[in-house]
Design a protein around this ligand. Structure first.
Ligand code: 4AD
Ligand code: MG
Length: 478
């Protein structure tokens, strides 16, 4: 038997009339004659032509949707429509039977909800094959982008004792017997007896440790899982998600914005080049979905157009204060259409406001800077006005916030003062403060929510569909 060839390579083959072996899973079997076989290397199936008159009927019966096959045969130019080449089977081996009565993934349209409940098998659909190939390319492109620029990939810890964002939405890490938690004389949990001898949690961000690396290696980035116990059952939040966090010594807020914009464009372009077929498929999928919506809610651009638009336009940059002015005067605010009306300066923006700015007002990605210090984390650099900090959020159409970042407060006295005001325990973060004691310097960084990026590039509507096995409130299946 000849060596196995991946279906992607077969479909691109310039040669025909050669002996080939293909392996994969049956997507469909028509007329006891045509098998659509897929091995995940591409969204396209190879057609296998079965000589049913000379094939054992018992074997034919076992060629069912979902079964794993090894097929040896001849690659020939296809007579039929829809494909250039096909394989005339000479030998079919069933590697793994499927049960056509019970196999959940039938060759028909399934709802995304149904497929979420069958996440263990949804990779076998065209939609999820495309999504996870695009996700793979984006992850690779992230590394390539930073590696080309001399950044050091830093592996920051998953288990930490700090809550970098100060939002308190952490998952505890313990090896206590939960039925018998040791208590102190005063009745509090005795963490001294716990595994680490102190309270610990899953990290919400690798930033603080990333900053330590940047204070010696200059340019670093992290790319790892992060965990947040925020009880938000939305299409934009996960309890476990992946974040990319570059941290760069000597960078200003402007440099930080430039880096973020360049990175987003780079990785989107990479996926467009590398996954043209998948993105074309996802563009058609989205166009079909859009047809179900009322005319006035349909997107003006296709997925492909949106991605290309993003590459060819500068992101709009403005301050929080300027954004508030625009929002105050906006038609939805005046007509009281916002769920959270914009009354004045100082309140946090809700996603309805972010999406108004991006989708209706500017109609392109937006970078908002210089937010009120009260609504941002303690580590952000304080501006001279005493009211705002050097923060930047990047807002994307259909997504809202995709990146959050800032210039960091490098001045020890200012940082300590802000930590006191916000009740951030200085003693626990002594190591973080040490960087401000020994050779502190201006620096900046940001965090890109990887799944939000994948959402944007795939045009999917729910973040639970762009990570293999989503974690969200009341769900940790698979
Ligand atoms: O804005 P956030 O909370 O910023 C930080 O964690 C900083 N330490 C980053 C930094 O400056 N190094 O989170 C960054 C991004 C958000 O913009 C969003 O894209 C994503 O992470 N994100 C989530 N994605 C999915 N599910 C959640 N629950 C998310 N929370 C934040
Ligand atoms: Mg944020």
């Amino acid at each position: 038997m000849s060596q196995r060839v991946k279906i992607k390579a077969l479909l691109q083959s310039q040669q025909t009339d050669i002996d080939v072996t293909v392996k994969g899973w049956v997507r469909a079997f028509r007329s006891n004659r045509f098998i659509a076989l897929n091995d995940g290397s591409t969204n396209n199936n190879i057609q296998i032509v079965v000589d049913f008159e000379n094939t054992d009927p018992a074997l034919l019966k076992r060629i069912t949707v979902g079964a794993a096959l090894s097929v040896a045969g001849k690659l020939v130019a296809s007579q039929g429509k829809g494909q250039n080449v096909e394989v005339i089977a000479t030998d079919i081996e069933i590697l793994g039977d499927s049960d056509p009565e019970k196999y959940p993934i039938q060759p028909k349209k399934h709802s995304l909800e149904f497929l979420r409940e069958n996440a263990h098998l949804r990779f076998r659909t065209s939609t999820f094959g495309a999504i996870f190939r695009v996700r793979n390319s984006l992850a690779f492109a992230v590394h390539q982008f930073f590696q080309e620029r001399g950044f050091v990939y830093l592996h920051t810890p998953v288990i930490t004792a700090s809550d970098a964002e100060g939002a308190g939405e952490t998952f505890h890490v313990t090896n206590f017997d939960l039925d018998d938690i040791p208590k102190t004389d005063t009745g509090e949990i005795d963490f001294k007896q716990d595994f680490f001898g102190r309270p610990t949690n899953l990290t919400v961000s690798g930033q603080l440790e990333g900053e330590l690396g940047a204070m010696a290696l200059s340019d670093v980035y992290t790319f790892g899982p992060t965990f947040r116990a925020e009880n938000s059952n939305t299409t934009r939040h996960l309890a476990e998600f992946w974040m990319i966090e570059p941290e760069v010594a000597f960078n200003s807020l402007d440099d930080n914005m430039d880096l973020a914009e360049e990175m987003l464009k780079y990785v989107i372009k990479y996926a467009l080049d590398k996954n043209a077929d998948d993105i074309e498929f996802l563009t058609e999928r989205l166009a079909e979905e859009e047809k179900q919506k009322p005319q006035n809610e349909r997107s003006e651009m296709t997925l492909l157009e949106k991605l290309q638009f993003c590459l060819t336009h500068d992101f709009e940059r403005l301050t929080y204060t300027e954004a508030i002015e625009i929002l105050k005067e906006s038609p939805p605010n005046k007509k009281k259409k916002f769920q959270y009306p914009i009354e004045g300066w100082g309140t946090d923006l809700q996603s309805e406001h972010e999406r108004y700015l991006v989708e209706k007002h500017f109609k392109k990605p937006v970078i908002l800077t210089d937010y009120p210090k009260e609504i941002k984390a303690f580590y952000m650099r304080q501006n001279d006005d005493g009211k705002t900090v050097g923060a930047m959020d990047i807002l994307f159409p259909g997504i809202g916030e995709i990146i959050g970042g800032s210039a960091r407060e490098e001045r020890l006295d200012k940082l300590e003062q802000r930590m006191d005001e916000m009740n951030i325990p200085k003693d626990e973060l002594w190591w973080y403060l040490d960087t401000r004691r020994f050779g502190s310097c201006p620096h900046a960084g940001f965090g890109l929510g990887f799944e939000r990026l994948v959402l944007f590039v795939t045009g999917m509507g729910n973040i639970r569909d762009v990570i293999p096995f989503p974690r969200f409130p009341k769900n940790a299946e698979f």
